[in-house]
Write a protein that binds this ligand. Structure first.
Ligand code: PXP
Length: 246
């Protein structure tokens, strides 16, 4: 049977609203329950080194009480790796991180930090965690990611999402080639960043997608229609996807 395209919902920005006032609401576990009720396949959270939204206690609580698999986005930083090894989420997505950035700006430079990344990937895998590498749609980086021993890559869709017109079509072609290339290397292909209901059409042209991780646009839409409905709308948008057919 055709495997459906999975949706991981990133709930960082539910925590952003909470942190803006230092309250104990909105409750992240309630958000995770909404994800489950609305048919999401996983919950994604990013434990940043500056703790601007997700806090350590959130990671522990979600791991203990959320029934959906947790995908923990994180930098390859010793203190964060220690937390991941203790919490043991279902999946870790290694991302680059800069303190001043508004959001994750680029993919990981796998070639530039190969030895340290390989050690981290091995430690996480030994702990039974599925490791994913957040990466630009570049064949050089993908080939290096495959050599790290991580079974999954998440293609950075931000450049496509931010571009318009012919530039956006060029970015889409890069993503199409990268998805086929990554699949050919035996990697599971996920994608994420900046995906919304307007630009999802191009993303659905990518071959061999397993999971899309989407956060900001869903939480933004939830302001007007509620989180469950916003997730259901995104789920419905993913439904026409046909894996491998492009
Ligand atoms: N995937 C990764 C690796 C990310 O860093 C982010 C942003 O936290 C997302 C997906 C989700 O991006 P957005 O919030 O723009 O949908």
């Amino acid at each position: 049977m055709q495997q459906r395209l999975k949706l991981g919902v990133n709930i960082d920005h539910v925590a952003t609203i909470r942190q803006a006032r230092g309250t104990d609401y909105p409750d992240l576990l309630e958000a995770a329950h909404c994800c489950e009720a609305a048919g999401a396949d996983g919950v994604t959270i990013h434990l940043r080194e500056d703790r601007r939204h997700i806090q350590d206690a959130d990671v522990w609580r979600l791991r203990r009480k959320c029934r959906l698999p947790i995908n923990l986005e994180m930098a390859n930083a010793p203190s964060i790796v220690r937390i991941a090894l203790a919490v043991k989420p279902a999946e870790v997505c290694l991302v680059p991180e800069r303190r001043q950035e508004l959001t994750t700006e680029g993919g990981l430079d796998v070639l530039g930090q190969f030895a340290s990344m390989r050690r981290t990937v091995a430690r996480l895998r030994d702990a039974g965690i599925v490791v994913s590498i957040f990466i630009e749609p570049s064949e050089r980086q993908l080939a290096a990611a495959a050599q790290l021993g991580a079974p999954v890559v998440e293609l950075h869709t931000g450049a496509y999402a931010n571009a318009r017109g012919a530039h956006q079509q060029r970015e889409l072609r890069r993503l199409l080639r990268a998805a086929a290339f990554a699949h050919g290397l035996g990697l599971q292909v996920n994608a994420g960043h900046g995906i919304n209901l307007e630009n999802i059409g191009g993303i659905l042209q990518l071959p061999w997608l397993d999971t899309l991780n989407i956060g900001h646009s869903i939480v933004a839409r939830a302001i007007f229609c509620g989180l469950k409905q916003a997730i259901r709308e995104m789920r419905a948008a993913l439904r026409p996807y046909r894996r491998g057919a492009c």
